[in-house]
Design a binder for this molecule. Structure first.
Ligand code: SF4
Length: 383
């Protein structure tokens, strides 16, 4: 793993979880050290590298300087101020980018920081602790520091080091479990098995760090749909993460999985079959206290949301309602949801939104027989 030679200024990576919209993006590594998952094209062709601790500290110092200038220039309570214009006047490139990163964070309340990219915990534990301490020292007001991490990496970190990360202020980790069915993990080249997912998840929890685990309905295709639901629910039950987040599979044309589809090695699920898998997964969750979140645009049901165990019936109710609908009604909901007209099933009760969905259906020429192809095409645009 190569470290960069020259400082290239404040930079950010391509993604963050939806819940980190107001956070400061602090890039610790670039791209993904694994980069083999068949469904993921995010970092394809991009080389992994670790940024030096000194360079990351320079980022933090530049953000500190910009924040100081912003707070001095802005009147208390202002969200936008003409007084800021002199600060950016004449600046270009990196300087301007750093300023707007700081301004975005300032406007977001400066409560949280997200460490990028795909697997920050792969760096040396001492380096991570040093970065966390420096960040907290420069910005004592930070309430939350979050990172993505791979189960494979966390399973190799000692409990003692995880506790050091927690003590230094890392208080939330997002893990893309996607599936805990070994057949699925193997097929999609996730580079981890169910046992490792469980070891890693339990380690994060033991360290007192908040844990978000992602489930990807549809990743087992038709062949492993049931296993994808039941094995993943079983792993979640053994971990009891703070959050279970749903992110439905979408297959881009350039992904390795698309080649498997073309060759007949992978049969993707349509929306109703994915809904059945999701329902099976949720019904398999037992004895845990996780919050279930469906906060990704790829998901058919945004309202699958609540706190286990109390809200289990409410969490599963929309899926059952959808599956009980006639094919024509399911079709219009799918068109409306994928076209960005509907947010929830209740929107079917709005005459105005229904008229928009019907107009979209006509415009795209969608029928009960072609809605699968329509959905497949449109969700590719979301990723
Ligand atoms: S580990 Fe994550 S970022 Fe890396 S290839 Fe897999 S899904 Fe993509």
């Amino acid at each position: 793993m190569k470290k960069e030679a020259c400082y290239q200024g404040v930079e950010t990576g391509p993604i963050r979880p939806p819940s980190e919209a107001g956070s400061l993006m602090l890039r610790i590594t670039r791209n993904c050290p694994w980069n083999k998952c068949k469904f993921c094209g995010l970092y394809k062709g991009k080389k992994f590298s670790i940024r030096s601790v000194d360079h990351i500290k320079q980022d933090i110092e530049i953000i500190r300087k910009n924040i100081d200038q912003i707070t001095t220039a802005m009147a208390p309570g202002d969200s936008v101020s003409q007084d800021l214009m002199p600060l950016v006047k004449g600046t270009t490139g990196q300087k301007r980018f750093a300023f707007y990163s700081a301004l975005n964070w300032y406007r977001g309340g400066m409560a949280s920081v997200f460490l990028q990219d795909a697997n920050t915990l792969i760096i040396k534990p001492d380096d991570l602790v040093e970065i966390l301490n420096y960040l907290r020292h420069q910005f004592p007001e930070i309430q939350r520091i979050t990172s993505y991490a791979r189960s494979h990496t966390i399973a190799r970190i000692s409990d003692a080091d995880m506790e050091r990360f927690a003590a230094a202020g890392l208080n939330r980790i997002h893990i893309g479990m996607e599936s805990a069915a070994d057949e699925v993990l193997d097929f999609v080249k996730k580079g981890v098995d169910k046992k490792t997912h469980i070891t890693a998840g339990q380690r994060v929890k033991r360290a007192g760090i908040e844990l978000s685990e992602y489930f990807m309905p549809g990743l087992g295709g038709a062949e492993f749909s049931k296993k994808n639901a039941l094995e993943t629910a079983d792993a979640m039950n053994q971990i009891d993460p703070d959050f279970i987040r749903i992110r439905t599979l979408a297959i881009t044309d350039s992904s390795e999985l698309a080649k498997d589809v073309q060759a007949g090695r992978f049969i993707p699920l349509n929306d109703p079959d994915t809904a059945r898998e999701l329902l099976m997964f949720l019904e398999g969750l037992d004895g845990i206290t996780s919050a279930v979140k469906s906060d990704h645009i790829l998901n058919l049901f945004q309202e699958v949301d609540g706190q286990l165990p109390a809200d289990k019936a409410a969490i599963t109710a929309p899926i059952k309602k959808f599956l009980a609908m006639a094919p024509g009604q399911q079709m219009i909901y799918r068109v409306g949801r994928r076209a960005g007209i509907f947010s929830t099933l209740d929107d079917l009760n709005s005459p105005e939104l229904m008229a928009q969905a019907e107009a979209a259906r006509k415009r795209y020429g969608v029928t009960v027989n072609t809605v699968d192809a329509f959905t497949e095409t449109i969700i590719k645009q979301f990723i």
